[in-house]
Design a protein around this ligand. Structure first.
Ligand code: URA
Length: 241
């Protein structure tokens, strides 16, 4: 059995098919460890990442996984697809079927894609309240002059209204690199957001690459299509700007 959040006594009762009274007895006898600590609190809330042992036998060992992938253009951010190779197909990970994608990229966008089985972590990363920046390198079809770039910067910072969803985009940061390239920092992820925002200036995006999410930068040692696990520090520090 694996759970997202539940009370310890409920988990033990269901897992071992015993009554709450017997669960209480086990706890009183200090036979139960959660994450290596003896527990006696029946109301303790555990999650699917809690390591639970009874009399030295592991009842639940569910590890969290965090992966960064260098997504190629032409691979779809989905778990299954009839037409295209998926990001999951690219992974060589024993638990890859448990993972979900944290913030999808379009088929023709490349760069940093994160995958995990820890939904609390991914919700925190994607929620606009936490203001985690997603940084993109954008190649444009038309060159932009200094004056035009000022207008782009202002429009991105102000936010754009999308009638279809009836939303105004959150303030975004745009920085010019050269006349055909800009860097954009978004704090949310609306459908085709960057392409639609440049569409307002009739300047199509011809290349889009995600460079970083929060403080986590795509590892330059990862070739296109390669992936690796995040370190414990990367998992924590990603939220620090
Ligand atoms: N904005 C887009 O238009 N596409 C992406 O893949 C990401 C952001």
């Amino acid at each position: 059995m694996s759970i997202s959040h539940t009370r310890l006594d409920r988990f033990i009762g269901e897992h071992c098919q015993i009554s709450r009274r017997d669960v209480r007895l086990i706890l009183a006898q200090k036979r139960l460890l959660v994450d290596g600590e003896v527990v006696d609190d029946i109301a303790l809330i555990i999650n699917k990442f809690s390591h639970i042992q009874l009399d030295g036998v592991t009842l639940q060992k569910h590890q969290a996984h965090y992966i960064m992938l260098h997504k190629p253009v032409g691979v779809v951010c989905a778990t299954v697809d009839k037409q295209h190779k998926t990001v999951i197909d690219l992974l060589d990970h024993p638990s890859k079927d448990e993972l979900h994608i944290v913030g999808r990229l379009d088929l023709n966008t490349s760069g940093l894609v994160l995958l995990t089985n820890d939904s609390r972590w991914s919700e925190r990363l994607m929620s606009p309240e936490h203001k985690v920046a997603k940084k993109y390198l954008v190649k444009l079809e038309q060159p932009i002059t200094k004056e035009q770039s000022q207008r782009y910067i202002e429009a991105f910072a102000k936010g754009m209204y999308f009638a279809f969803e009836d939303i105004t985009t959150l303030p975004a940061k745009l920085m010019t690199i050269d006349e055909y390239s800009v860097e954009v920092k978004l704090f949310e992820g609306k459908y085709h957001q960057i392409k639609r925002m440049f569409g307002r200036f009739q300047n199509p995006v011809i290349g889009l690459h995600r460079e970083s999410v929060g403080s986590l930068v795509l590892d330059e040692n990862l070739a296109i299509g390669e992936s690796r696990s995040l370190t414990a520090d990367e998992v924590e520090d990603i939220f620090i700007e």
